[in-house]
Design a protein around this ligand. Structure first.
Ligand code: MV4
Length: 510
């Protein structure tokens, strides 16, 4: 088993990984930027080292600094979490060369899956249905015109070096094709350093469904069911759930086996996800996310499997602790990403100081976060405050419980998207499980619904104002302190005794 893991990430996922380390008796090391000196993850770790200034390019993305820190402190592995260096084949191979275990797939597999055209070909070989489209990347206009005509409009042009939706262009007709091809190639070059693009048939408002996979170094691979991630905005997922309301046990059994088989074929090691578009009862392969994902907890809640621990076991060279037969889906789980962003002002990020904080609790609640009361959310990184994950025996119990948890959640300071989540949890289409990737654009009443919800009942936050309003609390403490000091002084002077009726500042008089 690995003995000491350096976590090359920040925030809630860094803590998530260190929690797994602690349960497994593995020492944890944090690396942090100058902006994260007071972050919870840097305190939670057994050791913590500052590796550079706030911008990620000078800290969390600095491969040499991360690897050197691991060598200096004697870590035998690096866990990359998600984002930053997680799917970087160059980083994985640098770790391999430095004799440090990269917790995730090999650099060979990362290279293969990072090239979306190559990944498509590999999945076709494994017998997986892909969206109708091109087998090779497209460079010249005449070639693109012929292929688009064959596929049929609308089509979508995607950068081969990308993924996650960045730089994709939808084209409705041949007249727009030349310009779209040129601009997508330009974006691909500037964003990913590779000008290669490919063309797919554009599916209108499909569902986004992904399978959680685990593969080990002994040739075993299993799936942990699917997640539905259709509620997203500008390629940012906001709500995820497991299982998908659209997937039957039979479909899960069949598609899961196909996905796990493909993972086995490519020699996939660690935790990963296979993304599909789901349209008219059919799955179409999109891409593989070769990392642990933000939304992995919903799968953990319904399967009971600790995905991060399994990833660490796999990286230690151990076989999976489970077979496919051990995996059972029990109940339903939903995750709401609680972000520091203003939902009534086009979701602009609102980093800043958390003046008061109280997370929900009780049956079926899990909160993964990296914040605390008085912590300042820095403006340099993504503005996620926490992930609120709720489990229930069935989807309606989960929704009711999520509504209850959102009611309990108190975050004073930065504006946040809790009202947005409250509006979605009451939305009839959401409650019916009628989801699609264009859900937020189509549900045009969400903004007005938020306003109604914010006015409707006195929130717990308001009822607890005397506890959560910093100015009021400080005034109350100051009043008590002033009186205490005065009597202490009088006692010292032996001029007075403590009165039996001690004057206490009340809630109303401060
Ligand atoms: C698509 C698609 C429709 N048809 N591919 C977005 C995330 C990335 N993993 C793949 N994405 C999509 N791929 C085909 N063939 C729709 C999306 C998509 C999307 C695309 C462009 C702009 C916004 C989008 C929002 C959700 C899904």
């Amino acid at each position: 088993m690995l003995k000491k893991i350096l976590v090359a990430n920040r925030g809630e996922i860094a803590i998530r990984i260190m929690r797994a380390c602690r349960e497994m008796g593995i020492a944890s090391v944090a690396v942090y930027s100058e902006a994260d000196t007071n972050a919870l993850f840097a305190k939670y770790a057994d050791e913590a080292y500052c590796i550079g200034p706030a911008p990620a390019t000078q800290s969390y993305l600095n491969m040499d600094a991360v690897i050197k820190t691991a060598q200096d402190c004697g870590a035998d592995a690096i866990h990359p979490g998600y984002g930053f260096l997680a799917e970087n084949p160059k980083f994985a191979s640098s770790c391999e060369q430095a004799g440090i275990k990269f917790i995730g797939p090999s650099s060979r597999v990362l290279t293969l899956l990072g090239d979306k055209v190559a990944a498509r070909k590999e999945m076709i070989k494994a017998g997986i249905r892909v969206v109708p489209g091109t087998d090779e990347c497209v460079t010249e206009f005449p070639q693109a015109r012929a292929l688009a005509k064959e596929i049929g409009y609308p089509i979508i042009i995607k950068p081969s070096g990308g993924g996650g939706g960045i730089g994709m262009t939808i084209v409705d007709n041949e007249a727009d094709l030349a310009k779209a091809l040129e601009s997508t190639q330009a974006i691909a070059t500037t964003t990913f350093g590779i000008c290669d693009v490919y063309i797919e048939k554009y599916l209108t408002d499909p569902r986004h469904i992904e399978f959680q996979l685990l593969g080990d170094s002994h040739g075993n691979a299993i799936h942990l069911g699917e997640r539905e991630c259709s509620i997203q905005r500008r390629h940012q997922k906001l709500i995820e759930e497991c299982p998908s309301p659209a997937v039957t046990p039979k479909m899960r059994y069949k598609m899961g086996a196909i996905a796990a088989n493909a993972a086995r074929l490519v020699g996939y090691e660690g935790a990963g996800t296979m993304e599909f578009l789901f349209s008219q009862g059919k799955f179409y392969f999109l891409e593989v996310n070769a990392r642990v994902q933000v939304e992995h907890p919903v799968t953990e809640m319904v399967t009971g499997v600790d995905i991060v621990k399994e990833g660490i076991r796999i990286a230690s060279g151990l076989p999976l602790s489970l077979t496919q037969k051990d995996i059972h889906i029990s109940g339903s789980a939903i995750e709401c990403r609680i972000n520091a962003e203003d939902p009534v002002n086009d979701f602009v990020p609102t980093p800043g100081k958390i003046l008061s904080y109280h997370a929900p609790g009780g049956t079926g609640i899990r909160v993964d976060s990296g914040v605390y009361s008085s912590y300042t959310i820095p403006p340099f990184y993504d503005p996620m405050i926490s992930k609120l994950i709720v489990w229930g025996r069935n989807r309606s119990e989960t929704i009711a419980r999520m509504q209850r948890a959102l009611y309990e959640y108190i975050i004073i300071g930065p504006k946040n998207n809790i009202p947005f989540h409250q509006a979605v949890m009451e939305n009839p289409r959401f409650v019916a499980g009628d989801l699609g990737t264009h859900f937020i654009e189509k549900e045009t009443t969400l903004l007005a619904d938020m306003m109604v919800i914010m006015e409707r009942e006195i929130p717990l936050t308001a009822k607890l104002r005397h506890r959560t309003d910093d100015k009021k609390r400080i005034a109350a403490i100051a009043a008590v302190a002033a009186v205490t000091q005065r009597y202490a002084h009088m006692e010292r002077m032996n001029q007075a005794k403590w009165p039996s009726q001690f004057p206490v500042a009340t809630r109303e008089n401060d």
